[in-house]
Design a protein around this ligand. Sequence first.
Ligand code: FPP
Length: 245
Amino acid sequence: MQTFTEFSVPAHVAIVMDGNGRWAKRRFMPRLTGHAQGVKALRRCVKACLERGVAVLTVFAFSSENWQRPEDEVSGLMGLLTSALGREVAQLGREGVQLHFVGERRGLSERICAGLDAAERETAHNSRLVLNICFNYGGRWDIAQAAARVAARGEPITEASLNAAMGLAHVADPDLLIRTGGEMRISNFLLWQLAYSELFFSPVLWPDFDEAALDEAFAAYGARERRFGKTSAQIQSAPPAQLPV
Ligand code: FPP
């Protein structure tokens, strides 16, 4: 069996899967073909994360702003989500993947919402890999909806109360954010949760993102010094983390 000891594997990896449109355009194909290839790349990435022992994978599949795309692309992306659910959920369940859909349900059809709920229910008992699919999601929306929920309960707005009301409250913050496709921006993804994440920008277009590209990101991550606001000297003199007894 293959092992990945040469890499420092991040526990939580977040990905902006960018470049589907350009991948298709370069091949004189419709943008939706690029998105369909993007679904395949996501499937490959889930498998690679399972093999490498990643605990949480969070991907940006449809942003709050993506509604502004041409109508056929929006409906095509909805169709891809529905077909991917129908095809993949049972197998993902067998592989130990726990699915979460993070984002605003309002605006999505009843049929899609029912599919998302069923996929979450069917995989809730799994614990090998948590896969968060951010769909109709925006980082600003997430902060605003968390603040509204905390305020509606009449609780004080603190870092802890907001954190507990966020879409990703069920997992720790991402250790590594990967954005494919060469652009170097966050694009309203996980604005709250990326506070101390390491950022890695890959020129590879998402449909071409493979195990080697993932390992390159993990190798770069392994070479980073994470200081969380402390000094380098403090980090280097800290005792190694204690293993639980
Ligand atoms: C960005 O590429 C990608 C998206 C807006 C959609 C991401 C979706 C997938 C990877 C597949 C769908 C996944 C599910 C689960 C439905 P882009 O279109 O902005 O590419 P471009 O920058 O080259 O135009």
